[in-house]
Design a binder for this molecule. Structure first.
Ligand code: AP5
Length: 221
């Protein structure tokens, strides 16, 4: 079963995607992680996208679409995928559906994590990430046992270069102007499920899990 996760920056898409994938066996694909890995490798793609990401703007559709769609096409059909951060524009959503239809697959639901802008800034500025295993922490809501160190491997935690107050404001603008309208795209297809993402992580996970289980029952999985 294939799902997409929508929501503003810092809504908890990555956090929930990790847990949902562990629990239900989804293939988790984060477009932001794909782009950050390209930057880290210093690839031509990484160099092309760096300026957009650091400014909090969306990477142009023509740069990102084929990279992500290629990974979607090669994802194991049996597991189903959970897309986190893609699609982000109407063009991306249309191309995703076309690509899936061509392979006899489709998106079964879009889970939209709803979090007010006021909460986003605190979540984003307090986020820390392990550079080795990619585990996500928050200095207040999900702190590591030892400050600044990953619980899993002891690596020093990083702060993403686009996690500043100024860049977050631009990322929120991009979300409201370009990505939020996708809720209408999925609502018109009876695929939209809104989840209150402002609750504690466990409660958000329960809310998402209930929807996933309902969809799996419908699909007879
Ligand atoms: P991307 O990496 O996708 O960033 P984003 O959408 O801005 O989302 P984030 O990763 O910032 O947040 P999240 O929702 O995953 O939250 P998290 O779980 O970490 O994109 C980065 C950039 O890449 C874009 O700006 C763009 O330039 C480019 N890009 C990517 N995809 C693109 C596309 N398709 N098209 C064009 N450009 C693209 O949680 C955040 C923090 O809050 C964490 O510290 C976490 O511990 C904490 N937290 C989570 N849940 C809760 C909770 N319930 N309560 C309290 N704290 C919580």
């Amino acid at each position: 079963m294939n799902l997409v996760l929508l929501g503003p920056p810092g809504a908890g898409k990555g956090t929930q995607a990790e847990r949902l994938s562990e629990t239900f066996g989804f293939f988790h694909l984060s477009s932001g992680d794909v782009l950050r890995a390209e930057r880290k490798r210093g690839s031509a793609l990484g160099k092309r996208v760096a300026g957009y990401m650091d400014a909090g703007e969306l990477v142009p559709d023509e740069i990102i679409m084929e990279v992500i769609l290629e990974q979607v096409r090669s994802s194991p059909e049996s597991a189903g995928f959970l897309l986190d951060g893609f699609p982000r524009t109407r063009t991306q959503a249309e191309r995703l559906e076309e690509a899936l239809t061509g392979e006899g697959r489709r998106t079964r639901g879009a889970l939209s994590l709803e979090v007010p802008d006021e909460e986003i800034v605190e979540r984003i500025t307090g986020r820390r990430i392990c550079p080795t295993c990619r585990r996500v922490y928050h200095v207040k809501y999900q702190p590591p046992a030892k400050p600044g160190q990953c619980d899993a491997d002891g690596a020093s935690l990083d702060h993403r270069s686009d996690d500043t107050v100024e860049v977050v404001e631009q990322r929120l603008r991009a979300y409201h102007e370009q990505t939020e309208p996708l809720k209408t795209f999925y609502r018109e297809r009876d695929l939209l499920f809104e989840v209150d993402g402002s609750r504690e992580m466990e409660a958000v996970f329960e809310g998402c899990s209930r929807i996933v289980r309902g969809l799996m029952n419908e699909a007879g999985a």
